[in-house]
Design a protein around this ligand. Structure first.
Ligand code: ATP
Length: 252
């Protein structure tokens, strides 16, 4: 582990992304993207298809190589440069990622998926309590705990993906497109869970195409445009911003 001691007690920044650059072959997906997240916030990245939102989350989780710097305040309170650590180590620092497409194991049961989410922990009693929290929050997962995850509905699979990430007991949860392909009622439920999880103390970095829903629940948001941040502000101010209304909220 390569934890540095840059921590200052007053600084509530949990994630600081500076000048992120990612290329896929000849295509530069991120072109010097910078933003930060403070502990306790819900922060959204919104933007069009292909703007670079998923790539940003993938870089933070060390799933793609990048230039630039990503600093994360670990559970122990020290600030660590994530560019120097392996993906599996990042989970132990308190950062979990619920990926686009959900990333659950369809041939494992619901329970096995949840237990896999806690693999980086060894506090058995606390794991059992978190499992119970999951089942109370979304009883359908208890009812279907012995079923293969692939047999769940899309909405149930998304709940499972979120709870699997939460089973790592993260301080920061990266959520990629949790509303993708889901009916409006289920989307509303997912956003309620996002708010509840945040109230319980988990900081959230959310990537969403559903800009309206994202901005409504977010303390702050950043607009990603062709690999860079083009605009930022509070969720509320961006909801009323004519540029956002015209480009991302359907013009009304
Ligand atoms: P979406 O909502 O469609 O996922 P996004 O904002 O998350 O959009 P990214 O998925 O990060 O955008 O994609 C950013 C750019 O990188 C796009 O031009 C995309 O085509 C390209 N890209 C993403 N993944 C790959 C890949 N594995 N190989 C090549 N190009 C990629």
């Amino acid at each position: 582990m390569t934890e540095s001691k840059k921590e200052t007690a007053q600084d509530s920044t949990i994630l600081k992304v500076e000048n992120l650059e990612v290329s896929y072959g000849g295509i530069q997906a991120l072109k010097g993207l910078s933003f930060e997240v403070k502990a306790g916030e819900i922060v959204s990245l919104i933007g069009a298809n292909g703007a670079g939102k998923t790539t940003t989350l993938r870089a933070i989780s060390a799933l793609v190589p990048y230039k630039g710097n990503v600093e994360f305040k670990t559970k122990s309170g020290t600030v660590t440069s994530l560019s120097k650590v392996q993906q599996h180590e990042i989970v132990t620092f308190g950062l979990a990622h619920s990926p686009e497409g959900r990333g659950i194991f369809p041939n494992l049961t619901v329970l096995e998926n949840l237990v896999m989410g806690s693999y980086s922990r060894n506090d058995k009693e606390e794991i059992a309590k978190d499992l119970e929290r999951c089942f109370v929050s979304f009883p359908r997962l208890r009812e279907r705990s012995k079923q293969k995850a692939g047999t769940l509905s899309g909405g149930e699979q998304q709940m499972l993906a979120i709870w699997r990430a939460l089973m790592a007991k993260p301080s920061l949860l990266l959520l990629d497109e949790p509303s993708l392909g889901l009916a409006p009622l289920i989307v509303a439920q997912i956003f309620e869970i996002i708010k509840d999880v945040n109230k319980e103390g988990v900081t959230i970095l959310l990537v969403e195409q559903n800009a309206r829903m994202a901005l409504k629940v977010s303390n702050r948001a950043y607009v990603v445009e062709t690999g860079k941040i083009s605009l930022s502000g509070t969720g509320k101010s961006l909801l009323d911003d004519p540029r956002i209304v015209a480009s991302y909220l359907g013009g009304h």
